[in-house]
Design a protein around this ligand. Structure first.
Ligand SMILES: Cc1cc2nc3c(=O)[nH]c(=O)nc-3n(C[C@H](O)[C@H](O)[C@H](O)COP(=O)(O)OP(=O)(O)OC[C@H]3O[C@@H](n4cnc5c(N)ncnc54)[C@H](O)[C@@H]3O)c2cc1C
Length: 494
């Protein structure tokens, strides 16, 4: 258990973490394990996290797998009448167990302080962090893990926040609202709704059988701007249940989900951001928890080493979290997100039907936190080729709106294709710091160059279309059209 707060005089700690969610606590625990004194400030005491957290079983660190409340091996999606089995176990986390495991790992090095952080100022070698009740805490390093958007390093969402929203209930059912024993990751069937409504507001069912007659069922809008309201999603959920003849008969709890999906890779700064505050939410799935648990040791290691050496610990933590490959990949993921936002809602089932027809390692990698640009782009190209023409047209139009990003992604995709493997390399998927060497002998594209170009978006040196200001836009558009035509076998005229 964390040491209690003994008095109002506040001793200096090595690190102050703002936020007691899974990310802040995971990082605090890893810092403490490395011998650092850590203060975690949150408005609440250590209580189990509130949201219903799900994760791919294989993305959870081994210790966190032991914190699963339930694991399903029958995991499906429905993009049409027939289910697609995903053959990938999915876990529901037991938040009390997760909290207990993190607190146990943190041990005595962690001091959990109840309070609300307002601001922080630098005074010599130390940060003075100020609380809403007039407290001042001193620390050598400050981490903003205050959740989506952050508090000390607020995120700027390009074009406004694109939100994932969902309304879910835990309830008892006389008739199963989803297949017993199964987890339904995505059910886009919507025969009960007018086509126009689906086109305007596409939503799907996310459902878990919790045992007996208990189910968690949630109507979800994957990404939207503007997002549907809680009332709309609630009405959608009940309409779906009524149409299936499976109304709930005993409601135990409900949940409203809303968070932004389109955070860019943050810039380095004097305060280190982590978790949702660092934009670690995956821009396509909305997942974050498993990734943050896995990232925490690496980031803590970098911070601890820098503090020992008297170096800039916030910069070291940022570099460990956002290697160039990951920043470049974020740019491509944001392009994919823009493509999904632009797609008429009734095109989403066809998109995901093609997505889940990808070889399993590819779609796993696409949804993973550390996959490189080349692998992402190759997966998207395969989807692009397989979707119906009206969906392909919509995707091509968005690609043409951001020709700089699209061309960099295509180049990265072609580079790996030239090297002969059809699967993302383990290095690209699993090790964010790893980069493939250029191959001057074969004339392959220099991946380092692609990554550096890819980082232009992250450093702000591009226009909204992803091009440097001095680039010939028409020339780039023509190049992009040619590339897309090659891939799809059709003439594209975006
Ligand atoms: C309802 C819901 C369901 C979700 N489901 C999933 C899921 O199934 N799987 C998944 O991977 N992701 C999911 N997400 C997305 C994301 O992973 C979560 O939002 C996750 O909680 C983010 O973790 P975090 O620790 O970064 O931030 P948070 O969990 O938001 O924690 C932020 C912490 O900072 C504290 N705080 C805020 N302001 C201050 C302040 N000024 N001073 C001090 N403390 C402050 C808060 O009290 C809290 O303790 C879900 C999100 C929501 C909202």
């Amino acid at each position: 258990m964390p040491a209690p707060e003994p008095r109002r005089t506040h001793h200096v700690t090595d690190v102050l973490v703002v936020g007691g969610g899974p990310s802040g606590l995971a990082l605090a625990a890893e810092l403490s394990v490395r011998g650092l004194s850590v203060r975690l400030v949150a408005p609440h005491p250590p209580i189990p996290f509130v949201p219903t957290y799900g994760a791919w079983w294989d993305e959870l660190p081994a210790w966190a797998q032991a914190c699963a409340a339930q694991v399903w091996t029958d995991v499906r999606v429905y993009t049409s009448g027939k289910p697609t089995p995903l053959l990938r176990p999915y876990a529901l986390l037991d938040n009390a167990r997760l909290l207990g495991a993190l607190l146990a790992r943190a041990g005595d090095g962690l001091c959990w302080t109840q309070g609300t952080v307002r601001t922080t100022v630098r005074a010599g070698d130390l940060w003075q962090v100020q609380g809403a009740a007039g407290e001042t805490w001193s620390a050598r390093v400050v981490v903003d893990a205050a959740g989506h958007g952050g508090i000390l390093r607020p995120t700027r969402f390009d074009g406004g926040a694109a939100l994932q929203t969902a309304y879910g209930i835990v309830a008892r059912f006389e008739r199963p609202p989803s297949p017993p024993g199964a987890m339904v990751w995505m059910d886009y069937r919507a025969a009960h709704l007018p086509r126009q409504a689906v086109r305007a507001v596409p939503t799907f069912l996310y459902a878990m059988h919790l045992g007996g007659d208990r189910y968690f069922v949630q109507e979800t809008s994957l990404i939207a701007r503007p997002a549907p309201t809680q009332e709309t999603l609630r009405a959608r959920l009940y309409a779906r249940l009524a149409a299936n003849g499976t109304p709930p008969h005993a409601l135990e709890a409900d949940e409203w989900v809303v968070f932004p999906m389109n955070a860019p890779a943050p810039q380095p700064g004097p305060v280190l951001a982590f978790g949702a505050a660092a934009g670690l939410v995956h821009p396509i799935s909305g997942f974050q928890v498993a990734g943050a648990l896995a990232d925490a040791p690496r980031v803590a290691q970098a911070v601890a080493r820098a503090l020992r050496r008297g170096e800039d610990a916030a910069a070291a933590g940022w570099a460990a979290l956002w290697p160039p490959e990951r920043r470049a990949a974020r740019e491509v993921h944001l392009l994919d997100l823009a493509a999904l936002l632009a797609l008429p809602g009734d095109g989403l089932p066809a998109f995901f039907a093609a997505f889940f027809r990808l070889p399993a390692p590819e779609w796993h990698a696409f949804l993973a936190p550390h996959t490189g640009v080349g692998a992402l782009a190759r997966s998207m190209l395969r989807v692009f080729v397989q979707v119906p023409p009206r969906v392909r047209w919509s995707l091509a139009r968005v690609a043409a709106q951001q020709p700089g990003v699209s061309l960099r992604a295509l180049r990265a995709a072609r580079m790996k294709a030239a090297s002969g493997s059809s699967h993302p390399s383990p290095a690209a998927v699993g090790h964010p710091g790893a980069m493939t060497n250029p191959n001057p002998e074969t004339g392959d594209i220099d991946q380092q160059e692609v990554i550096e170009e890819g980082m232009q978006g992250a450093t702000g040196n591009v226009n909204a279309d992803g091009l440097a200001p001095d680039v010939d836009r028409q020339e780039k558009l023509a190049e992009l059209q040619e590339n897309l035509s090659e891939v799809s076998g059709e003439r594209q005229s975006p």
